[in-house]
Design a protein around this ligand. Structure first.
Ligand code: CA
Length: 245
């Protein structure tokens, strides 16, 4: 397992490196956001987890996390900060931080959180592998989803899916016609992560709509249920015919 430490305070960075290496992890250290983004792009084997100080010079940890999430939706991010204000915490979760610890932190707790995040990631990878074995191609309407290739094709146009977009779409496909609350999506698709905001779920749904709907502003497959969440229907025409008869 490979951990990236993004921390401009050398003493803390070296302390973390030492302790992670004692635990058997491979460790990379960088002191700023651009360095972190570069390593996430180029590291081979890839980075499995990021420990991110939020108070960095120039590019803040918040901004770093926001950017890294575009290309790394699933890498666990554990934020470190001297700040304790609730709105800072909320902002951290908004940009895609998974866990949050305030400095000074207790090292055993930090190591335990890192282990939990890595375990969760391994479980998700297993589940995705199992899901991949189940069925690789799904079609509905004019959409074809190739789950093995993380690709969605509609009207001849192919889009790449992130792991999370694919998981969410699979979940909707598996629950054809069922009203799904945001809380349920949060628990079943985002598992035990309590850190995803409902706004982020809405953003994922909007992205899926742009991929699967003829008119994303007037969706037919993936509709909003006011005050609750969403409902996916594979074949809206059949459903409308049924409700008229
Ligand atoms: Ca700092």
């Amino acid at each position: 397992m490979r951990i990236l430490v993004v921390e401009d305070e050398a003493a803390i960075a070296q302390g973390l490196r030492f302790n992670f290496e004692q635990e058997g992890y491979q460790v990379d250290v960088t002191e700023d956001g651009p360095g972190a983004l570069h390593l996430l792009e180029t590291a081979d084997p890839p980075i499995d987890l990021v420990v991110l100080d939020l108070m960095l010079p120039d590019m803040s940890g918040y901004e770093t996390c926001r950017i890294l999430r575009r290309s790394n939706p699933d890498v666990p991010v554990l934020a470190l900060t001297a700040r304790t204000l609730a709105e800072d915490k909320a902002q951290a979760f908004d940009v895609g931080v998974d866990q949050y610890m305030t400095k000074p932190f207790a090292l055993p707790e930090l190591l335990s959180r890192v282990r939990n995040l890595l375990d969760r990631r391994a479980r998700m990878a297993d589940q995705q592998r199992l899901a991949g074995v189940r069925r690789d191609i799904e079609t509905f309407g004019s959409v074809t989803v190739d789950f093995a290739r993380f690709q969605l094709t509609k009207d001849g146009k192919t889009t790449s899916l992130t792991t999370r977009e694919q998981e969410l779409l699979r979940y909707f496909l598996d629950h054809d016609g069922v009203v799904l609350s945001r809380a349920r999506l949060q628990s079943d698709v985002w598992r035990d992560s309590t850190d995803i905001t409902t706004r982020s779920i809405d953003n994922f749904v909007m992205r899926l709509r742009r991929m699967i709907e003829d008119d994303p502003s007037s969706p037919r497959h993936l509709t909003s249920i006011r005050g609750t969440g969403y409902r996916f229907v594979r074949d809206p025409d059949a459903e409308n015919a049924q409700s008229r008869s």
